[in-house]
Design a protein around this ligand. Structure first.
Ligand SMILES: NC(=O)c1ccc[n+]([C@@H]2O[C@H](COP(=O)([O-])OP(=O)(O)OC[C@H]3O[C@@H](n4cnc5c(N)ncnc54)[C@H](OP(=O)(O)O)[C@@H]3O)[C@@H](O)[C@H]2O)c1
Length: 234
């Protein structure tokens, strides 16, 4: 059975993806969380009989290389689809005019760009030995330099831009291993990060993302795709 590994599975898009893939009956899901305290909804899911053998809860904090290595050592030999979903928004009013806090900048970069890069590196052998060989980095259209015409969210934008750059570099590096690496924008989704005013429900966003992922192949590697399949400008 193919395996999907999802980071940030405690809530929002990560929890939605976990539930969806587990329900498909075709995949085993490694649902990675950084803390049991924040994973109440996922743990409730795991108590339902239909999900019992479909989902394995794994502790993984993308800020900690040791935690990523420990997670790798706990799971089976192959990961078909790695979904680097964990992310944070950081301070929303950060902007270059008023000045951005370097400590916040480092923290958001570590979570949104360096973390996913390390997960991709550390899980490389498991992805290489799988059938599907796919790495999906959940980015944001706010990481597009071409579309950055508004003040605000400057730390978040920069972190997702760095994630996009690393996505492209990983796609170049892993091409000979037939591993596809893409960055995707999930749309504006009603989660803790997306907020109440977001356009898409988690359920609709998950349908879009899963459909997009199901169509990906090596030709798409190194692209930045919107949830509806449209190629976004870097
Ligand atoms: N929602 C949107 O509109 C939107 C738009 C564009 C892109 N995105 C991207 O989509 C992804 C998921 O966002 P979301 O909307 O589902 O946000 P969310 O509801 O805030 O969930 C974020 C998830 O990331 C986890 N996380 C944060 N820091 C982590 C760390 N150091 N290690 C491991 N996990 C960590 C959180 O775990 P805890 O529960 O422990 O905090 C949580 O599970 C993010 O990468 C985000 O940038 C979202």
């Amino acid at each position: 059975m193919p395996n999907v590994l999802i980071t940030g599975a405690s809530r929002g898009i990560g929890l939605g993806l976990t539930k969806f893939y587990a329900q498909l009956d075709k995949y085993h899901v490694y649902a990675c969380v950084r803390s049991l305290d924040s994973s109440g909804d996922l743990r409730m899911l795991l108590q339902q009989t239909k999900f019992k053998n479909k989902i394995t809860l794994i502790m993984l904090d993308v800020l900690s290389p040791t935690s990523i290595i420990e997670a790798k050592n706990k799971i089976g030999p192959s990961i078909d689809i790695l979904i680097n979903n964990a992310g944070i928004l950081g301070p929303i009013d950060s902007n270059c005019r008023d000045g951005i806090d370097p400590t916040e900048l480092i923290n958001v970069f570590q979570t949104n760009a360096i973390g996913p890069y390390l997960v991709a590196k550390i899980f490389f052998n498991k992805i290489k030995s799988s059938k599907d060989k796919l790495i999906v980095n959940v980015s944001s259209d706010m990481g597009s330099i071409s579309n950055n015409n508004l003040e605000g969210y400057d730390i978040y934008r920069a972190s997702k831009c760095a994630l996009n750059s690393l996505t492209k570099s990983l796609s170049n590096a892993y091409k000979k291993d037939l591993i596809s690496v893409v960055a995707i924008h999930p749309g504006w989704v009603k989660t803790r990060l997306g907020g109440e005013n977001a356009i898409l429900s988690v359920e609709k966003a998950i349908q879009n993302i899963v459909e997009l992922i199901s169509k990906l192949n090596l030709k798409d590697s190194g692209t930045f795709l919107s949830y509806d399949g449209i190629i976004l400008p870097w």
